[in-house]
Design a protein around this ligand. Structure first.
Ligand code: SF4
Ligand code: SF4
Length: 365
């Protein structure tokens, strides 16, 4: 077992955003690993075992601990496996996950909204600017080289509409032959994977794979790093899967300079840079637009790992601490992940996705 390799050096402790927010060892990767190592004794201690199961879901699955550990402890894989085991052992302790699981089983999105709404809300919002947008929605028999996989947040959340508008604007301006999966899109399975339900995630992915195959897409693009991870690693697609920053960086050798009047800081989404290893392209795009920005510490926004659902107070505390430490007053935070964006907006921070900046640069705004 990989957790046996932990030598308790403590290198991971101070980098863990949970430990940083709470300051108690049991929230740290080392603390949880220690509890795992003495699991036999814990299992005799029902209260402690219950506490351990709770701790497993007080983690944003940011992957920082796995990156830091030099003893090859595969921490992210451990957290995944232990979450699955915890849910299996005591499902009654995770009733708050039932609504999510039921929504995904019944209507295939995390919000429990009708399936057709995936291609209604945002279409209504942008139809004035793009009267032919409905032609871009996938239906059986339609094909395109590029398939757009929006994901649940981008499809349903009003807070994402500006990003979506800029994204569609750029695809149209660049004359990309694309389709949006729309009502035929199922959740990528990421939330189920994080809840330890790999089989449930696979069911959703099977449908997406069939749709993408029948559209004969050569590329799939998404703005969401969580979807990116699932599409790349678990959908078994023949198509190339790209984050929108990769797609645009490849296509755009030059971008008009951005008319900058504000201070910018770049928040690099954990799932994008650490788990998908997309680090160069977002920065390359910012450079092409001549944007002057500062790098924020490579740290979590508190929005991943289902933490918003399992412990919203802790999730809030993490983003608030981050805002304080980085002194973000009078700064617009650039990012390229809808979940990070939700966290930033929830703390009243100003934020822009990179594709909004690209769109504005081309429009000379
Ligand atoms: S860095 Fe690795 S070896 Fe060190 S305490 Fe953390 S998990 Fe254990
Ligand atoms: S994945 Fe992130 S939040 Fe979870 S234990 Fe590791 S460093 Fe802490």
């Amino acid at each position: 077992m990989s957790y046996d390799k932990c030598v308790r050096c403590g290198s991971c402790v101070k980098f863990c955003p949970m430990f940083d927010a709470i300051g108690e060892e049991q929230f740290s990767p080392r603390g949880k690993n220690y509890l795992l190592q003495v699991m036999d004794e814990i299992e005799d201690d029902a209260e402690l075992a219950k506490e351990f199961r709770r701790l497993l879901f007080q983690c944003s699955m940011c992957g920082k601990c796995a990156e830091i550990c030099s003893s090859d402890v595969d921490l992210l894989q451990i957290w995944h496996k232990q979450r699955a085991k915890a849910y299996e052992t005591a499902p009654e302790e995770f009733e708050y996950l039932d609504a999510l699981k039921n929504a995904l089983a019944n209507v295939r999105n995390i919000y429990g909204l009708p399936m057709d709404d995936r291609a209604i809300y945002w279409v209504d919002e942008i139809e004035m600017s793009f009267p032919n947008i409905e032609d871009r929605l996938y239906e059986k028999g339609k094909t395109a080289d590029v398939m757009v996989f929006l994901g649940c947040l981008m499809s349903f959340r009003g807070s994402q509409i500006d990003v979506l508008k800029s994204f569609i604007t750029m695809l149209e301006e660049l004359d990309i032959k694309y389709l949006v999966m729309g009502a035929e899109e199922f959740c990528c399975g990421h939330p189920l994977d994080l809840a330890g339900d790999e089989e449930g995630a696979k069911d959703l992915q099977k449908h997406n794979r069939q749709v993408i195959k029948s559209a004969k897409a050569k590329q799939v693009i998404t703005c969401c790093p969580g979807c990116l991870m699932q599409l790349r690693n678990h959908h078994q697609l023949d198509a190339e899967v790209l984050h929108h920053t990769q797609f645009f960086d490849r296509l755009l050798d030059e971008i008009p300079s951005y008319n900058q009047t504000e201070s910018f800081a770049y928040h690099d989404p954990c799932e994008l840079h650490r788990l998908c290893e997309v680090k160069v392209e977002p920065r390359s795009l910012l450079r092409k637009m001549d944007i002057d920005y500062r790098e924020m510490e490579l740290s979590c926004c508190g929005g991943g790992g289902l933490l918003r659902l399992t412990d919203p107070n802790l999730s809030d505390k993490i983003i608030q601490l981050r805002a304080q430490k980085e002194n973000l007053e009078n700064t617009t935070v650039i990012t390229c992940c809808p979940a990070c964006r939700e966290q930033l907006l929830g703390t009243n921070l100003k934020t822009k996705d990179i594709v909004e900046l690209i769109d504005q640069s081309f429009r000379g705004e």
